[in-house]
Structure formats: structure tokens, C-alpha cells
Design a protein around this ligand. Sequence first.
Ligand SMILES: *Cc1c(COP(=O)(O)O)cnc(C)c1O
Length: 378
Amino acid sequence: MTTQYGPSYVRAIAPYVAGKPISEVAREFGLDEAHIVKLASNENPLGMPESAKAAMAQAAADLGRYPDANAFELKVALSEHYGVPADWITLGNGSNDILELAAHALVEKSQAIVYSQYSFAVYALATQGIGARAIVVPPKGTSSGAPAVKHGHDLDAMLKAIDADTRLMFVANPNNPTGTFIEGPALEAFLEKVPKSVAVVLDEAYTEYLAADKRYDSIAWTRRYPNLLVSRTFSKAFGLAGLRVGFAIAQPELIDLLNRLRQPFNVNTLAQAAAVAALNDRAFLEKSAALNAAGYRRLTEAFEKLDLEYVPSYGNFVLVRVGNDDGAGARVNLALLKQGVIVRPVGNYGLPQWLRVTIGLPEENEAFIAALEKALAA
Ligand SMILES: *Cc1c(COP(=O)(O)O)cnc(C)c1O
């Protein structure tokens, strides 16, 4: 017998599958990088805000030194922006880091974590990574035979799924990869019913894209619910995915636990400077949201014309059903790759008939639609 290293629960993990990088697709398919369109990772198609670039250029002079471990300026900026004391905030190397930290800080190996089927892949990874038990709750069902994936988190079923071992729940709103959204009042009613012994990570990676009439104040809820931890990111609407900055807001008792496990320098110097600038760049956020709304209209109009089912989305991406056999997602994905269009197959989410496409610049959306039409006609 050869030695098996590591715990069995680590060996059992299926690694995260990221969107294919442009350079890799260029190599694999013999394409010119300049002609490749990447709509696979829900990045902001505008790229980084200029304000963040300028802040980074200035901060670059100091890279010989360690970052500020307490990220004083970024925490002050977040504190002012969101109206909470600085000790209600902790930072992550992306919000992915926050999700992992929450699992490590709040759950033991013998305990359980509740999350929804077809929600963000990192919840499963964070659960498996600590050897905890996953309680995966199917989305809201329907009697009409329409795919349940369209109906999003079933909060009542998630409440019922809480058992004596449960210490944490993950709720994504809007959810990735489905784009589904839970209205504020429903979410608040849910928080009211979650036992205080169970922490709730409310993962709001796409919240800046919500239309004014869909917004709700989850930060205010952290004052009322000591078990609520709101997770946000600079990777999506703020345009800083490559820098890796996320943050969490919760009462100090929860934040303090995450801080104990956090690497002291988990957010680097450039990232801290860029995040302060991006946070205060309202014009960039507004432009990003408007571009996204227009792109969403264009993509969904094309899906309707092609008679493709899609899930109404509140994020910067759309889940679209490209066939009704379980080979459809992989097949259409390959046909798109050959044309230089990278989207995200979601077979690993249990959605083999669907693809998730990030809303891009107008010309990127057009390139995707043209390639999709060709792929479906073949
Ligand atoms: C993109 C995403 C994140 C994490 O992004 P980071 O880049 O790690 O901040 C978290 N949650 C959801 C639902 C996401 O889609």
C-alpha cells in the first residue's frame, strides 16, 4: 500500500474550475488573443477604474514594505461609506477568502453548513475544506415542470434543513450561477427565523448591480442580527478582480473570530490603495451598472429570438439553456471556444444543459450572439 497523504475529506475535494484564461484558449485553438472575447468570470468589462489605476501607481513606490496589516485607510473608507465602526469590518483576499474564513472560524469538523443547490461553488469547497457536513437544499420546486433552477434559494426549506449540528448558512443574493434574487423583505423574514446559534453569510457579490427598486439595507440588518455576516467584493462592479479584495461587515464578535484566522497581510498594498479609490468612484459604478443593464436587455432579447430559455438575472451574467440534452452545454461551449468566445460551462454545478455568460461590452455581446447563432445552427 502506498501512503495516502492528507485527510480523506481533502482528497475528496473536486478542485474549483475557473473560467479559461484568454492566453490558454489562444494556445489551444490557435487563435489570436486580440480576437478572443472572454465572458466567463463575471468580471467588469470596463476593466479597472482609472481612479484605481492612479492610486495603485502611487502606492507602488512603497512595495518594499509590508502592507498595512490593519488596512487603516481602507477600513476608514469602508466605515464611512457603509456607516459602521471600523471594528465591524474585516478584509479578505477576495470575498472568496471571507467565505473560507467564515467556515474555518465558525464551524468544526463534526458540524454542518447549509447552502442551496446551484449556488456558488465555493460554499461546497469551504465546507469540504474543513471536513464539515454539507446540507444542500434544492431550489424552490414547481408543479408545472419548469426547471427549478429558475426559482432560486428555497429559504423555508433551508430553515427546515437546519439541524442540531448546523453552525453556518451561505446565502448568495443575487446568486451565482443562476442570477436569481431574493427580495429584501423575504430575506429579512428569513433572518428573523434563523436560530442565533447559526451564523448566516449573506454573499452579496453583485449587489452594486441591483436596480434602485430592488435594493435593501443588509448593512443595517447587521445591527439587529448578531449572527449575520454580510460579504461584499471589489471584484465585480468595482472592477478589481485581479487585485483580490473582499470585505465582510458584521458585529465585532464575529469579525473578531475571522480576524484571528486571517493572514495578517491578506490584502496587499496595491489592492488596499485601489479599493479606496474604487469605493469612492461613483461615476464608474454608475457607468458599470448602466452598461450591464443595457447588455442584459440585448442578450435576453437575443435568447428570446433564438427561443432559448434563460433565468432572469440580477447580476452581471445570464444562465441560458442551450439544449435539452445533457451534452448541450459542453457541445455549444466547444463550438463557442473555436470561434474565440469564452463563456462558462456549468456542468460541474449540475447544469449540463446550460451556459453562464457574463454581460460584456456591446461589441463583445454581439460577438457572443453571432457565435452562439452559428453554434446552434451547426
Ligand atoms: C465572484 C463571486 C464571489 C467572489 O469573488 P472574489 O473575487 O473572491 O471576491 C463571491 N460570491 C459570489 C456569489 C461570486 O459570484
